[in-house]
Design a binder for this molecule. Structure first.
Ligand code: DX5
Ligand code: ZN
Length: 214
């Protein structure tokens, strides 16, 4: 299992300290949550902060844009060193064009679905993406309760991927902890995002390792 700690639950007064913890850990990515107060009812951080994060992170950056019009920021996300750029299906009128533009900019395109958006919405884009991110909480806040229907949704997505020639990874975001991680692995998840579980742990590196081995 791959793990992407979410910096949203880190100490924003000492990001370097928390990024260095992630560097030392067994994490596979560093997950960055960008919120605009329009697509989601919260505002997190933007490009200047991500540029600063890039300077310290040795882990590849997995950028999750919870913003309207993400297609307008592809160059800026790339300039922050993102390896993966996640855009919400619900935020993109021309999703196919946006996915193509992300790849043309040299990043790996990923499409994110809100909890209420069915996996069937991916049918005609699945051949084009490297990763699908299923939200297991409503986006906008860390520390929310895992939505249990996500388990059945992962199985439906796994079937859709099985019937496609492209094999995008399945990433899950929200309410990931030592209780939900084994269920997610069993259902077919490839990457788990975890914010509050990692950063509130007495030993965050150990928390990352325990999710990896869940
Ligand atoms: C929520 C963000 C998540 C958030 C997860 O909108 O997309 O990445 O950090 O937080 P936890 O792991 O605390 O649910
Ligand atoms: Zn996220």
């Amino acid at each position: 299992m791959k793990i992407a700690p979410s910096l949203l639950s880190a100490d924003f007064g000492n990001l370097q300290h928390d990024i260095e913890m992630v560097n030392r850990s067994q994490a596979d990515y560093l997950h960055l949550d960008v919120m605009d107060g329009v697509f989601v009812p919260n505002i997190s951080f933007g490009f200047p902060v991500m540029k600063a994060v890039q300077k310290h992170s040795v882990k590849p950056l997995d950028v999750h844009l919870m913003i309207v019009n993400p297609q307008n920021y592809i160059g800026q996300v790339r300039d922050c060193g993102a390896e993966i750029m996640n855009v919400h299906q619900e935020a993109c009128t021309h999703l196919h064009r946006t996915v193509q533009a992300i790849r043309a900019a040299g990043m790996r395109p990923a499409v994110t679905l809100n909890p209420a958006t069915p996996v069937v919405m991916l049918e005609d884009i699945i051949e084009e993406v490297d990763m699908i991110l299923l939200m297991s909480v409503n986006p906008g806040f860390g520390g929310q309760t895992f939505i249990t229907q996500t388990i059945a949704k992962i199985r439906r997505l796994r079937r859709l991927i099985d019937s496609s020639s492209n094999k995008p990874l399945i990433e899950i975001d929200g309410g990931v902890n030592d209780r939900t991680a084994p269920l997610l692995r069993e259902a077919g998840a490839d990457i788990l995002v975890a914010g509050s579980y990692v950063f509130s742990a007495p030993d965050p590196c150990q928390a990352i390792l325990s999710l990896k081995n869940a």
